[in-house]
Design a protein. Sequence first.
Length: 235
Amino acid sequence: QGSAGSNELSFSCRKAAALKRSSKKLLSHHPNVKLPPRLEEKSKEEQILRCCDRLKFYPGAIDTLHKALTALESNPKIEKFRCIDKTSLGFKRSLANVPSAEQLLRTMNYSEVRTNTLFLDSSRFNLQLIRLGLSALQATKKTPEYKQAKRTIEFKIELKNVLSSVDIAEKHAQGSLLSKCPKEALEGRGTIIHVLLGDTMIRRRFEGDDTLQEVLNWIGSNGSIILKKLMSREW
């Protein structure tokens, strides 16, 4: 792992040198252009704060990173808490393709020791960086963006459970609501109403004189609990 860490450091140095040469070339042709500093050129503290701010729309990533870093803070000598498998289901579900998620880990001195494995060598463990990351993640949890995204995820999970839990009583309730819907308008008449139920889109054509209640009955025919929650204004 020491050799792999050296390779990672060597790659980072070559990358930084290439960026420096590119910047010099640009400035030689456009001397009046001032390039803003790259995130990697800023302090570790600012990098961590910026990364966490970018993650505020991804509550799954925030929660996963907070849990992983909390475990690492308490068990820095245990190797499994310093090793992250990028092929694992948890990483793929919560962190893969999330902007700044992996960059945050690299800022805390994780490096890719082999394909699809991030590792924090004990010699590079920095408790101050870990605690700063935890503090920044905790602060991000208090932002309106995080809270809204979290509510959206929880709503979709609840809605999915509602749509998949169909017993005899629910089938009867759905059938009763569907019987209260008018006959669907013929193609070319009326308008098509689209309703997104979580990740599921339902659509139906209605005549211009059909009522809102009839539209609500149609929505309820896909899940009677949905109608109850809408009528009680819980949703």
